[in-house]
Design a protein around this ligand. Structure first.
Ligand SMILES: Nc1ncnc2c1ncn2[C@@H]1O[C@H](COP(=O)(O)OP(=O)(O)OP(=O)(O)O)[C@@H](O)[C@H]1O
Ligand SMILES: [Mg+2]
Length: 493
């Protein structure tokens, strides 16, 4: 794996190399065409000068001057050959005398007839330039009836050459220089401003990964890395706070679980010890009170003893249920029937005189796969809680319906009682939380556990002084699927 720094440097160097090469070629190409033009322009001037000199020599009618002039011009190092030929291709004059009277290379004749005047031979690295020599009045004494006196051809080596400019060398030196400087600059910048802080951050993150949440980075710069460092540090501060909070919460929870576990054990033991003698006492009271005549003041005392015994029995039963909950015994049931039965039971209660009962039970509820006794126990507790919350009377409404999403069957029990404050609302499902003198505070925590064992959910909404609404919901789909499968017992509800 390469470091980011190496990757960036290699990338930028690569881009620079490609760019420099491309620009070098473009500029070489431009230089080449400029130089070509320069060569052609120079030779055009040279050629017209030669033609003028030759015309001058010829005007004098002295052909030896023409040869002399040609030889003088031919001494120029760039000029390889100088010759005059006619329109039929016969060489009239040439620096190489032996060729005079012979035929010119057809290339030159074609060049003349193509009306071009310049050509380049790459293999010989030579330019050729031809100029027709006009037949002026003064020429006609020797050159009769001819359109032109001849065609002057000059072969010459390029005067200007790109190699003479040493462009390649200059560009190459510049490119290497720029690359080395760029490489050093980028390397230094990345090392100082990127690698150092990134290294610090990764080292600290590794420490955190190994469990050292006290690790903090020390990046003083005011750039993005500085901000990243600050965010990292404040994130770690928050993590530390949260860890402390979680630890505190866990400690509290453990303490509670331990306390509840020991309460559960004591409760189970105690419940068995209390229940049997209690049954004996209750039976004895029944016998004794049966023998007491009506009107005897002791009769009232005995019935009060009976009420207190029932209270003790309920508390013991709740404690047992809490400490050692029994397995639900599920059946296919119509929850509306259980609601009706429980309402009838509750309405026998002496504190219900000032309470108006109402019920809206959906006739379209499917049957559910639930433990009827446990469901009745939940309903009973919630209904009694509602009644106890309305000592001066009020309205108690029970509704059953299928939720809008069609997944749950719900029962809502609402009252117009004293309501529950927000702070207490979080605690009503906690075991042993009660606001009543005679309560155990186990009713709702048992209800919650039973509902959850049936894969349902229980929730409460309340407004202080206005009333409370408890909602319990059981999943419909699972019950339906189970009913269709014809399963008799299962752990899900
Ligand atoms: N409908 C309600 N209106 C107002 N407060 C309620 C209502 N239902 C429950 N509560 C509050 O929640 C507490 C816990 O209820 P829960 O049924 O668990 O225990 P409890 O009723 O106090 O005791 P127990 O059920 O053993 O008689 C109650 O003491 C009460 O303060
Ligand atoms: Mg209760």
């Amino acid at each position: 794996m390469f470091e980011t720094r190496t990757k960036i440097v290699v990338f930028i160097t690569g881009v620079l190399v490609v760019t420099i090469v491309i620009f070098t070629y473009i500029s070489l190409y431009q230089w080449k065409s400029r130089i070509e033009k320069l060569n052609v322009d120079s030779i055009r001037i040279l050629s017209s000068t030669i033609v003028r000199s030759l015309s001058y020599a010829m005007e004098k009618g002295d052909t030896s001057v023409v040869r002399e002039t040609m030889e003088k011009i031919g001494e120029e190092p760039n000029i390889s050959n100088l010759f005059i030929y006619d329109e039929k291709g016969e060489i009239i004059r040439s620096l190489d005398r032996e060729k005079e009277g012979g035929m010119i290379d057809p290339f030159y004749l074609n060049l003349y007839f193509s009306e071009e005047n310049t050509a380049y031979f790459p293999e010989k690295k030579l330019y050729t330039f031809i100029t027709p020599i006009e037949n002026k009045k003064e020429c006609q004494s020797c050159h009769i009836n001819s359109g032109i006196n001849g065609i002057l051809g000059i072969d010459f080596q390029p005067i200007w050459s790109i190699s003479r400019l040493d462009t390649n060398y200059i560009i190459l030196t510049n490119a290497v220089g720029i690359l080395i400087i760029a490489y050093i600059a980028i390397w230094t910048i990345i090392s100082t401003f990127v690698n150092k802080p990134v290294k610090q951050l990764t080292t600290m993150m590794e420490k955190v990964e190994q469990g050292d949440i006290a690790a903090r980075v020390d990046i003083e710069t005011k750039d993005e890395f500085g901000m990243l460092g600050k965010s990292f540090n404040s994130m770690m501060d928050r993590v530390k706070e949260m860890q402390d909070e979680i630890k505190e919460y866990n400690d509290r929870k453990m303490e509670k679980i331990e306390r509840l576990a020991s309460i559960g054990q004591i409760a189970t033991g105690l419940a068995h010890e209390i229940r049997n003698p209690l049954a004996g006492i209750s039976g004895a009271i029944d016998v004794i009170s049966g023998e007491i005549r009506i009107g005897d003041p002791n009769k009232e005392i005995f019935s009060e003893i009976k009420v207190q015994i029932d209270r003790i029995r309920k508390t013991v039963t709740d404690l047992l249920m809490f400490a050692r909950p029994s397995e639900p015994e599920r059946k296919r049931i119509q929850i509306n029937n259980i609601i009706r039965e429980t309402l009838l039971l509750v309405q026998q209660h002496k504190d219900t005189e000032k309470i108006v009962f109402g019920k809206h039970l959906s006739p379209e509820l499917p049957k559910l796969y639930l433990d009827p006794n446990q469901i009745q126990q939940i309903l009973l507790n919630i209904l009694l809680n509602a009644i106890q919350a309305m000592p001066k009377g009020g309205e108690l409404l029970v509704k059953s319906f299928v939720d809008d999403d069609g997944d749950f069957c719900s029962v809502e029990i609402s009252d117009t009682g004293q309501g529950i404050s927000k702070e207490r609302m979080n605690r009503v499902f906690e075991p042993f939380y009660t606001s009543k003198h005679k309560g155990t505070g186990l009713g709702l925590s048992i209800a919650k556990r039973i509902v959850e064992e049936h894969h349902g959910r229980i929730s409460v909404s309340s407004e202080l002084g206005k009333g409370t609404c408890f909602k319990i919901s059981f999943p419909l789909q699972k019950s339906v699927v189970r009913m269709k499968r014809g399963e008799v017992r299962s752990t899900t509800g």
